[in-house]
Ligand binder design. Structure first.
Ligand code: GDP
Length: 634
């Protein structure tokens, strides 16, 4: 048997929303995880769009009830959704006051351009709610405390002057009709009339709103950051642009300090973790999210927590579209504000801006002209369209299978050769060593060619890696084969020549794989780009891997475009060998800003072959397309 209370309005209202009669949500506040969309849809379709039965201002579907108020002047609907077993007093008055406060703040007809974050109504909503709560509890707690005539008159006077001053059509609110199902909840013996309560609420609301009115007016032209009123308790979730800290934790795989780089790998636990294929990046799929929420939901209910629960229909990026609802055909103008937010969201996730724009364009093209059926169908259409685009980008046609290809080369009596290139400090040497470790784990022996003949310490760095890798995999464990050797000629020599010698050495001594480290270079440095092009042309490797940091945003595009362009321009081959694949490093440092993965694959059309996720040899993963796409959506 549910507990029926006349107080605790804030706890009882599952969802409060202001939307246009055309179905555009201007503002909302949600406290529970209930799925209200079907109920609101039915209200829009069955009542509001058809202009049927709107006098009753009450609607029910399944377990839910909606009390609503129409504003015919502005074509707006104010609605509160709650469990229908609960009888709530003062909803009419509460909605009327919400309408009043909304009009006070936003004045004339709202426009689509102001859709979303500029309707910063949380503070006013809180005031209205508090006033309604107070009026409600006053009636319940002290039903016999008769209000004096004078008090009542005084209150009315205040309201009367307020109406005069503002010329607002508030007089309509004095004659609010009770819905047929609601009056029972109001004790018939109450000495306070509905009018008294409304007047009192108005007075309190007026008091609360007046001091902030000026600042509220200025806020109209300046977008106000959502969440500024967070402390008040409930907060709106639909416009929440924040990232998901849970994901941040999951994606943050850093566990070692930089000093631990090679030394940590001597830890025997790491040996043997990378046989066979590279493990996928971890992914938190939606089921996990849901089940985690389910288990926490009970706790929340028991503790009557007002903290907003995560929207099951997906927050983050899709929330921008949730304002567009019901029963009409999508035109570009409807989508524009949401698409702009989506573009900014993608950029905030480190997707290069021009690629974010292209992604938005492709989503717009696939949505335009579609008929919107239900309250949340736009969100699922966007999810579908964007997921398709992202998965298409992240799943290039060509699959690189190094183990298969190396075995094939070896069967043909040749070492398999990989050249690593990229700008300085991105992790070329470190990730080359990780890949070497993985190859050894798969029983390939490796020759590292030290072709960074510029940077002091580059050769020594590789020598240290070689020593550690051999310590991890001593020859004694591999039929007396030395698993890693270093081919180096010191500094200042021609890198292309050293690589050539190394490959010949590997061929002659039956080494399975050659990994060629190259000097870091800026994409605009023509002489160095020429020499990289020459190194690749002369040595004709099986694979050219571009090593890039996951930290980069727009810079990723510039680097890749110019590397590819230089390899093409400075090669005298008819079919120059350009970048075959990407090693995306420092993925452990970016939380959920995974956009570089999209930018890099979009620009090259080539796959991310490895993802560096930390500073030990085992911190090497394969890209997990779902993980990246989910992260971008949040
Ligand atoms: P190079 O100049 O491109 O050869 O870069 P290095 O291999 O010397 O790496 C530069 C720095 O990046 C070093 O401190 C590495 O430990 C660090 N690093 C490389 N890969 C990763 C990674 O995946 N995650 C993190 N957190 N750091 C990395």
């Amino acid at each position: 048997m549910p507990i029926v209370r006349a107080t605790g309005l804030a706890e009882m209202l599952d969802f409060v929303v202001i939307f246009t009669k055309g179905g555009v949500v201007l503002w909302n506040s949600q406290t529970s995880g209930i799925n209200f969309s079907s109920c609101i849809n039915s209200l829009i379709r069955g009542v509001i769009l058809e202009e049927r039965n709107t006098d009753s201002k009450y609607f029910e579907e399944d377990q839910l009830a909606v009390q609503f108020k129409l504003d015919n002047e502005l074509d707006l609907v104010y609605a509160a959704v709650f469990q229908k077993v609960i009888k709530l007093s003062y909803l009419d008055a509460f909605l009327a006051d919400m309408q009043f406060a909304f009009k006070e703040k936003f004045g004339g007809t709202p426009t689509l351009e102001r859709l979303g974050s500029e309707y910063d109504f949380e503070g006013e909503f809180r005031s209205v709610l508090t006033a309604a709560e107070e009026a409600s509890s006053k009636q319940v707690k002290a039903p016999k405390a008769m209000r004096s005539y004078n008090e009542s008159q005084k209150s009315k006077k205040t309201v009367a002057s307020m109406i005069q001053d503002d010329k607002k059509p508030v007089e309509k609110r004095v004659n609010i009709q009770e819905s047929p199902t609601q009056p029972k909840s109001r004790p018939s013996s109450s000495p306070l009339t509905t009018d008294d309560i409304i007047q009192e609420n108005r007075r309190k609301l007026r008091e609360k709103l007046t001091p902030t009115k000026k600042s509220a007016d200025t806020k109209l032209s300046v977008p106000v950051k959502q969440g500024a009123t967070e402390k008040a308790g409930k907060k709106p979730r639909v416009w929440d642009l924040g990232g998901n800290s849970k994901d941040a934790v999951l994606l943050d795989r850093s566990k070692d300090s930089p000093e631990d780089v090679q030394y940590q790998s001597v830890n025997n636990e790491l040996v043997g973790t990378m046989h066979g294929v590279i493990p996928d990046l971890d992914v938190e799929d939606e089921e996990d999210v849901d089940s985690a929420e389910d288990s926490s939901e009970e706790d929340d209910m028991n503790s009557h927590s007002l903290a907003p629960k995560k929207d099951r229909r997906g927050g983050g990026l899709l929330s921008y579209f949730r304002g567009i609802v019901g029963g009409k055909t999508i035109v570009l103008a409807d989508l524009k504000p949401a698409l702009e937010k989506m573009r900014d969201h993608l950029i905030s996730k480190n997707v290069a801006s021009e690629i974010a724009v292209k992604l938005c364009e492709s989503v717009a093209t696939s949505l335009e002209g579609k008929q919107m059926g239900t309250f949340d169908s736009i969100a699922s259409l966007v999810r579908e369209a964007l997921t398709q685009s992202l998965v298409r980008i992240l799943s290039p046609k060509r699959r690189i299978d190094i183990i298969r290809d190396a075995l094939e080369s070896n069967r043909g009596g040749k070492p398999y050769t990989i050249i690593f290139c990229g700008v300085n400090g991105v992790g070329k040497s470190t990730n080359l060593a990780k890949i070497c470790f993985w190859l050894i784990e798969n029983d390939f022996n490796v020759l590292i060619a030290a072709c960074d003949t510029f940077r002091a310490g580059a050769v020594e760095q590789l020598r240290t890696h070689t020593r550690h890798l051999n310590a991890l995999h001593p020859a004694a464990n591999h039929n007396n084969r030395t698993m890693v050797q270093l081919y180096e000629k010191g500094y200042g020599k021609d890198a292309a020549g050293i690589a050539l010698e190394a490959i010949k050495f590997a061929h002659d001594t039956k080494v399975d794989v050659v990994l060629v480290d190259t000097a870091g270079r800026m994409q605009d440095n023509e002489p160095l780009m020429r020499s990289l092009s020459k190194l690749i042309k002369v040595n004709n490797p099986d694979l050219v891997l571009f090593v890039g940091e996951a930290l980069v945003g727009n810079e990723a595009v510039d680097q890749l475009v110019k590397f590819n362009q230089s390899l093409a321009d400075y090669s005298s081959n008819e079919t120059p060998h350009i970048i075959d694949g990407i090693v995306l490093t420092k993925f452990d440092t970016i939380d959920d800003k995974v956009g570089a993965a999209i930018s890099m694959t979009y620009i090259t059309g080539q796959p991310i072959v490895f993802v560096g996720t930390g500073q030990t040899y085992a911190d090497l993963k394969a890209i997990n397309v779902n993980a990246v796409v989910n992260s971008l959506m949040k």
